[in-house]
Design a protein around this ligand. Structure first.
Ligand code: GLU
Length: 459
């Protein structure tokens, strides 16, 4: 049987790193199984879903290297959900309810006051044909609830009904259907909540595995009952732990925090983001993986921690740095060109500066140092001025090449007696205007004689 997986974001914002965790678990699992990966936009919420967000999500996934085999939109599949809703209605499993949110709220409070769980008491199921007609005549529109199979003969006497499933990640999981309210599947305005369309699509698309966040564990018990009511096979489910901020807050698509779009704009490498999204909260070291294939080899559902994992931006910086320091020129050529600074030997430039870049765009600072006119601070004192004069005088004749630095510093050392930090620091300050940065040796030929002389004070 071919594995069919799907990633089903609602396009109500851009993806954050927690969403990416779900997407990658599905993508990497599908790849391992030689299966199919469907990108499905759960866009039945017309108010909050937009085409722009959907397109943005596809762009974010492509940046990571996720290229769905198929894309679907729930808004284009409403007829399928209507048909399923009719099936459930005729089976008496989807019933109209007329309570307002206020009424439900009061009822829940009364239950709480009596120390009872806030489970819907199926009051609407008791309504006669006439009572319903009267409510509708008042202008009330029904919302529709699915009758959970948690009773023997009498729906008003629910009994403990354990739904068990062998979760791909959490192992044996048990949910008591009697602890849940009958879920609303259709709102009073006729629109669908996510629950039914998701089941209908998973069944129609032949989805074999559903991997999603553990905030959906309870939904799974409900959805398994709907699959069964529709005569469909229940897929295998896996629920992974969620990511939070370092402060422990949940990530939200709508807040835009830690969105892939922002991380991309800030110059992070996709494999740094992908590696962390998968490996955080999983036993084993968190290292930057070379590509998605290598990352897929690390995927181990048995190794995922049961509790939420914190996403630490410092960790992302570390992974990014490790990747950038080893990036070959070919991998950054286009991005350096797009920065549009400098025209000289970019390959030598990248070799000279990459160890000093946390992110590729940091190269822009060094490009300024290498190829632009920069203002270097005036010498601190007379001694530093004398040092700069000597350095200027002792700069070897001819073209500045890879060997120049060695010859030059030996000559300065011989004349001034300066060595170690006392030699390199004032030189670095004079030439780059900074007290830290890439090795000077490889940088000198890029900076070139004219700029070196000017920065040392020669006019
Ligand atoms: N649209 C749902 C969500 O974003 C999908 C959940 C699922 O994968 O079934 O939470």
């Amino acid at each position: 049987m071919t594995a069919i997986l799907r990633f089903a974001p609602s396009p109500t914002g851009r993806l954050h790193i927690g969403n990416l965790r779900t997407a990658l678990f599905n993508w990497l699992f599908a790849a391992r199984e030689n299966g199919t990966f469907v990108l499905r936009f759960d866009d039945t919420d017309k108010e909050r879903s937009t085409r722009e967000f959907a397109d943005g999500i596809a762009t974010d996934l492509a940046w990571i290297g996720i290229h769905p085999h198929k894309t679907a939109r729930q808004s284009e599949r409403i007829a399928l959900y209507d048909a399923a809703a009719e099936t459930l209605k005729s089976a008496g499993l989807l019933y109209p309810c007329y309570e307002t949110p206020d009424e439900l709220d009061r009822r829940r409070k009364r239950l709480a006051a009596r120390g009872l769980p806030p489970v819907y008491g199926r009051e609407a199921l008791k309504l006669s044909q006439e009572e319903r007609a009267a409510l509708e005549a008042e202008g009330r529109k029904p919302h529709w609830r699915f009758l959970l199979p948690n009773f023997e003969g009498d729906p008003f006497a629910p009994q403990r009904t354990d739904t068990r499933f062998d979760d791909l990640i959490r192992g044996e999981t048990v949910i008591d259907l009697a602890s849940l309210s009958d879920p609303v599947l259709i709102r009073a305005d006729g629109s669908y909540l996510y629950t039914l369309p998701s089941v209908v699509d998973d069944a129609e698309m032949g989805v074999t595995h559903v991997i999603r966040g553990d905030d959906h564990v309870t939904n799974t018990a409900v959805q398994a009952a709907i699959f069964t009511a529709l005569g469909a096979r229940v897929p295998r489910f896996g629920h992974h732990n969620l990511l939070t901020t370092v402060g422990g807050e949940g990530l939200s698509k709508r807040s835009g925090a830690l969105s892939l779009e922002t991380l991309r704009d800030e110059g992070y490498e996709p494999m740094a983001v992908a590696s962390l999204a998968v490996l955080v909260g999983m036993s084993g070291s968190i290292e930057p993986m070379a590509d998605l294939e290598a990352l897929g080899e690390r995927l181990d559902f048995g190794a995922i921690s049961a509790s939420a994992s914190k996403f630490d931006p410092a960790e992302l910086d570390r992974l990014n740095r490790e990747i950038v320091h080893a990036l070959p020129y070919a991998a950054v050529e286009g991005r350096l060109a797009a920065m549009g600074v400098g025209e000289s030997d970019w390959e030598a430039f990248w070799q000279a500066v990459r160890a000093n870049c946390d992110r590729v765009p940091d190269a822009k600072t060094w490009a300024g140092v290498a190829f632009r006119e920069i203002a270097v601070p005036a010498p601190d004192d007379e001694a530093e001025r004398a040092f700069r004069d000597a350095a200027l005088r002792l700069l070897p004749e001819g073209e500045i090449g890879p060997e120049t630095f060695k010859a030059w510093t030996s000559a300065i050392k011989a004349e001034t007696g300066a060595k170690g930090k006392a030699l390199f620091m004032p030189l670095r300050r004079a030439i780059t205007g900074l007290d830290h940065g890439p090795e000077l040796g490889p940088l000198l030929p890029l900076i070139g004689r004219q700029r070196i002389e000017r920065r040392l004070g020669a006019g």
